[in-house]
Write a protein that binds this ligand. Structure first.
Ligand code: 87F
Length: 509
């Protein structure tokens, strides 16, 4: 078990921390509302999700993080199989030649590409890039594999790591130099099919965030400036972190149009026997999603996990008193775990004898386990168990015979409560504005700003320039698909020209 001492390594923490004795209470030295950045580092380390590594921006993902990733993967993989996606694995490396093939695509990203230049002591003949994304790795082979309309659609997904050598302040899950993702790359004969899939995938991303991670998101379209430059249009799910007042892109689903088809010569013979250019999509979500969940639900006691992604949903803790029948208590605990497991609930027993019950409570609270079951002598005598909720601390005593039913209902209740609470907090941050002064006021108040906009790139550039500063510039997060009414005559908050749409603006991660 890591105590607070490990919280800093590379994250800038560790200076002001109180010493917390391992034997007594596992505490959090930082408070979410007082020092959010340090609080976050402390939560991910003390909950045993993350260990800092000696390369800045690289982190060890421990089982408590990987098991969450696996649960998300299990859901998403099953859903995309229904859409007929096939699993692939393409190599980690890409030659310079191929990487540079799509200029628009790589331009702007080039500084983040990491290169291998040596093997042992000798220089390689030519440097080899480590994939930052796999368009250029895959598409030459799509060109080879696709000949006729009978080869379409081609639907490829891979789960892998990618490397982007970021220079701005690394943060576990949120911005790391290596991360895990799934990348879907699909090829269609028609734009209609591509358009339809973009939205099907975006809906799956919404479900990952809202139904699994209990994080509310907006679905929307990126501006021309914020879209993936190599593509036709970009859709995304966008979350918001009230504590920092920053938006965060949750996942993207792009329609690439025919740009890559032109560059990589991906064509097919259509039913009339003519050469035709394909339509492509690409889409991804990453381990960043776990960080967004931590930031959204965590509190001053540590992590708070939504039941659907909790590796352990219920921790059962024996509470032996001095003269109590320890064996019987342990037996009751074991049978409770067994019964819950049989019902498909992820329950586990903490039978460690070198820790007190109170210390165990703190540790499992730190790790965010949704429910704790305590069984002591009184519970044993009354044929009951005590259940304590992580999200609100509520305690109930229930008959042992009802444990499956009650636990099931409580887990569902917690899942719903976390989403609802997060939604209320986010919604309380939304500020609808109409003038530049209101915009600046809302930005300073860390709001998620909904503004009428003329949708001109020059104006977005201008807003960025005018808000540049220490905290970073404001930009569009997305234009939500769900548009409020835009009365005729409404003008853009930044240019005074006729407004075309409502868009979300703010600072972002
Ligand atoms: C960094 C270095 C090199 C983002 C990069 O979003 C290239 C890139 O192409 C790069 N950072 N991107 C855009 C990725 C677009 C697209 N790729 C497939 C996705 C979804 C998955």
């Amino acid at each position: 078990m890591s105590t607070n001492k490990g919280g800093g390594g590379g994250g800038g923490g560790g200076k002001k921390k109180k010493e917390v004795k391992k034997e007594t209470k596992l505490g959090m030295a930082f408070k979410k509302d007082e020092n959010f950045g340090e609080w976050y580092s402390e939560v991910v380390v003390n909950s045993e999700m993350i260990e800092y590594y000696d390369i800045s921006g690289c982190y060890i993902l421990r089982p408590w993080a990987m098991e969450i990733w696996e649960l998300l993967k299990e859901f998403f993989d099953a859903e995309i199989k229904k859409l007929k996606l096939k699993p692939y694995y393409f190599p980690l490396f890409v030659t310079e030649n191929v990487l540079q093939k799509e200029k628009d695509h790589i331009e702007g990203f080039a500084p983040e590409v990491a290169w291998v230049t040596k093997s042992g002591k000798s220089d390689l003949e030519a440097p080899i890039a480590i994939r930052p994304t796999s368009e250029t790795v895959m598409y030459p082979y799509f060109s080879k594999w696709i000949r006729s309309h009978r080869d379409l659609p081609l639907k490829c997904n891979q789960w892998c790591n990618v490397v982007r050598w970021e220079f701005s302040n690394p943060t576990p899950f949120i911005r790391s130099r290596e991360f895990l993702w799934q990348e879907g790359h699909t090829v269609f004969a028609t734009k209609e099919e591509a358009d339809e899939e973009v939205l099907q995938i975006l809906e799956l991303y919404r479900r990952i965030y809202e139904e699994f991670l209990a994080v509310p998101v907006y679905k929307g379209r990126k501006s021309e400036m914020e879209k993936f430059a190599g593509g036709l249009y970009t859709t995304s799910v966008e979350a918001f972190i009230p504590n920092t007042g920053r938006g965060i892109q949750g996942a993207t689903s792009h329609c690439l149009g025919q740009n890559f088809a032109k560059m990589f010569d991906i064509t097919f013979e259509n039913e009339k026997g003519e050469r035709s250019m394909v339509w492509q999509n690409s889409w991804a979500y990453t381990t960043r999603s776990i960080g967004v969940m931590v930031m959204t639900h965590g509190d001053d006691k540590g992590l708070v996990l939504p039941p659907r992604v909790a590796p352990i949903q219920v921790i059962v803790i024996p509470v032996p008193f001095k003269d109590a029948d320890t064996t019987a208590i342990k037996g009751a605990c074991e049978s409770t775990v067994y019964t819950l497991n049989q019902a498909g609930i992820r329950a586990d027993l903490d039978a460690r004898e070198n820790y007190s019950p109170g210390w165990k409570y703190s540790q499992w609270e730190m790790k965010g386990v949704p429910l704790r079951i305590e069984i002591g002598p009184k519970d044993l005598a009354n044929k009951q168990v005590r259940i304590v909720r992580r999200d609100n601390g509520a305690k109930v005593d229930i008959p042992s015979t009802d444990v499956v039913e009650q636990v099931g209902a409580l887990l569902e209740g917690i899942q719903a409560n976390l989403l609802e609470t997060a939604k209320q907090k986010r919604d309380a941050c939304i500020k609808t504005i109409s003038t530049w002064d209101e915009f600046i006021g809302a930005l300073n108040d860390k709001k998620l700003i909904l503004a009428p906009w003329c949708d001109e790139e020059e104006v977005e550039k201008d807003v960025k320039a005018r808000t540049k500063g220490e905290l970073g510039a404001a930009k569009t997060l997305c234009t939500p698909f769900d548009q409020p009414d835009l009365p005729a005559g409404t003008v853009c908050f930044a240019s005074g020209k006729p407004a075309q749409k409502w868009s979300f603006w703010g600072r972002s991660y």
